[in-house]
Design a binder for this molecule. Structure first.
Ligand code: SAM
Length: 379
């Protein structure tokens, strides 16, 4: 199978060189600096903040770290590298935009993204440009615009640095199916729904395992959905994409056998979480399965240095609900919504799902080697 698709924006020699620089810089800042930050925390910051009230330890450590010059340099470079990435990717997409839009229209001319009347993007997604992506997931200049989809797709290929399935970015999709088969092997879904699909990175992977089933996928952003529709077509997969809010879905009760999301919850909000869980329950048939995959970042299980690293996303990378989602009681949220057999843990990341998988456990591993999953069944 090819590890790219027919709609991926092309890159010139100079663009590749610029993007490679950004990838290396991000790698250096992510991996190279984490040991230095941990040392700074242990040697200079902990002596000042330890021994006081534990409940505010993280907050005090973060304030004290922010006073340290090496940490200031790290934060500045982190933010600059992220902004540089969006800028470089945006320029690359813009210089070939007309061609990309024409290709997208050609690929998906016979299937439009479904919309619901009077749709409103939820406030937690309009309040900031999520992860500093200018225009976020929903900004469009025309009713055929796909720019934000193309930008997100190319940026994701860089941001993950090859660790999520290269240009297809589909490892999370394979991992969700692996989880489904491991925990609910008896289920033969006839239709599935993905919440927060963006450009369909996980959706296409899931669809390929269930060729006889119908796959629906929703997001709030029309330009990412239009791009997703054409991208899926270029990969030979037919998916029903719709602009919907996961908190207030328009699907009738008991429409699906499986409802899942992949790294969506951390881009919602505290008040959205129970609404989303309740909607998952409503649209599932009795016996149906819900799966939410998230980043393997659970503050309660992490050392302080890792919690600080995670806080960077919340405070400086326009991911305001990162910490909220990573500290929320997601098991409790699913039970409150009416689910049973609820379990949480870490699913080993796979490039292909297998029915013999034994990759779900309570043991947290590094990001990209595993994903946090909470799942359950509607009685
Ligand atoms: C990080 S992206 C998910 C990527 C994708 N699921 C994957 O696995 O590659 C999060 C997506 O969730 C969407 N989202 C957030 N809140 C939503 C909501 N209430 N309803 C529908 N989509 C939502 C965002 O618009 C964004 O496209």
């Amino acid at each position: 199978m090819n590890n790219t698709h027919g709609l991926m924006p092309e890159t010139s020699h100079d663009e590749r060189s610029r993007l490679a620089f950004i990838v290396d810089l991000k790698g250096l800042l992510d991996i190279g600096a984490s040991a230095a930050n941990a040392e700074l925390l242990a040697e200079r910051v902990m002596p000042k903040v330890a021994g006081q009230d534990d409940k505010t330890l993280l907050q005090r450590a973060r304030s004290e770290m922010a006073r340290q010059v090496p940490y200031q340099h790290w934060m500045t470079l982190m933010r600059s590298a992220q902004e540089m990435m969006w800028h470089a990717v945006g320029n690359c997409v813009d210089r070939q935009y007309e061609d990309l839009e024409a290709r997208a229209e050609g690929l998906a001319a016979d299937r439009a993204v479904r919309t619901v009347p009077d749709f409103t993007v939820p406030p937690y997604l309009t309040a900031v440009d999520t992860h500093l992506m200018p225009g976020s997931y929903y900004t469009q200049r025309s009713d055929t615009d796909i720019r934000q989809g193309a930008v997100f797709d190319l940026a994701a290929a860089i941001y993950h640095r090859g660790r999520n399935g290269n240009e297809l970015n589909d490892i999370r999709g394979h991992t969700i199916v692996s989880h489904l088969w491991e925990r609910f092997p008896e289920l033969e879904p006839e239709n599935l729904l993905e919440l927060g699909c963006t450009v369909g990175h996980s959706t296409v992977a899931v669809a390929r395992y269930f060729a006889d089933a119908e796959l629906h996928a929703v997001d709030i952003g029309l330009p990412v959905l239009r791009y997703a529709q054409a991208r899926a077509r270029s990969l030979g997969v037919d998916i029903h994409f719709a602009q919907e809010n996961a908190e207030t879905l328009s699907y009738p009760d008991e429409s699906f056998d499986v409802v899942y999301s992949s790294v969506m919850l951390h881009e919602t909000s505290n008040s959205a979480l129970p609404n989303i869980m309740a909607e998952c329950h409503r649209v599932l048939r009795p016996g149906g399965v819900v799966i939410h995959l998230e980043v393997p970042v659970r503050y309660a299980e992490m050392p302080l240095a890792d919690q600080l690293r995670a806080d960077y996303e919340t405070y400086y990378n326009n991911e305001p609900f990162w910490r909220g989602a990573c500290t929320a009681d997601l098991v409790g949220a699913l039970r409150t919504a009416g689910f049973v057999d609820v379990a949480e843990g870490y699913q080993q990341a796979v490039t292909a799902a297998s029915r013999d998988s034994h990759g779900f456990s309570s043991e947290r591993g590094p990001v990209y080697r595993c994903w946090y999953i909470v799942s359950g069944r509607k009685p």
